[in-house]
Design a protein around this ligand. Structure first.
Ligand code: TYD
Length: 205
């Protein structure tokens, strides 16, 4: 595969979309063809699954939730991401497998390894070249979400302990896997963007 696959990860309210946009603008200005996408969603089927997992009223059994995210991912990677990478494009993706390990694994307290295996099967083993983890403590992240005044989705509405487990799981994954860079999301967006660019420049050679 000749393209570059970059994922952005972190809790809710850490600024992933802002960074995805800044990175897209910079890469486009360099003449790269960029596909910017997200999970859940990113395809027509995915947007329907997104509606269920984020806005269904009432409970969804934790394993069903994990399977819905995995189904979204399977379709998204097969129909959009893999073809783009094969065509040499740069894919900037908001959330991927690590979100499932953090939210369904640590958050919902399912076995993280099983969740990872499920997603790895769903995408036939595709891992990102780079994963940017934007790290922010839960209180600051919650303040940003409150300030945005949007309606909380099912995951955002979870308690502080849930989000603390999600954050810890992300940091654990990043500590042992060189695919990650961890950036302090409390800094100015432009400072964060510059660190991301430096790493992407290395990868593009
Ligand atoms: P996101 O699109 O980042 O939310 P927003 O549009 O509000 O910025 O993500 C939606 C939610 O889905 C987020 O709370 C995390 C959750 N999620 C999982 O629980 N597991 C997953 O595998 C993915 C991709 C997302």
């Amino acid at each position: 595969m000749s393209g570059l696959f970059i994922t952005l990860e972190g809790g809710d309210g850490v600024g992933k979309s802002t960074q995805a946009q800044l990175l897209e603008e910079w890469l486009t200005a360099q003449g790269r063809t960029v596909v910017r996408t997200r999970e859940p969603g990113g395809t027509e089927v995915g947007e329907q699954i997104r509606e269920i997992v984020l806005h269904h009223r009432g409970d969804i059994a934790p394993r069903a939730e994990a399977l819905l995210y995995a189904a979204d991912r399977a379709h998204h990677i097969a129909t959009k991401v893999r073809p783009a990478l094969e065509a040499g494009m740069v894919v900037i993706q908001d959330r991927y497998i690590d979100s499932s390990v953090a939210y369904q694994g640590a958050g919902r307290v399912l076995a993280g390894d099983t969740i990872r295996d499920l997603s790895m099967w769903a995408v036939d083993g595709l891992l990102p070249d780079l994963t940017v983890l934007l790290d922010l403590d839960e209180t600051a992240a919650r303040q940003r979400l409150d300030a945005a005044e949007k309606r909380f989705d099912r995951l955002e509405a979870e308690k502080a302990e849930f989000h603390a487990r999600v954050r810890a799981a992300y940091l654990d994954m990043a500590a042992t896997d060189p695919r990650f860079i961890v950036l302090d999301a409390a800094r100015e967006p432009e400072a964060i963007a510059s660190d991301i660019r430096a790493r992407v420049e290395q990868l593009l050679g």
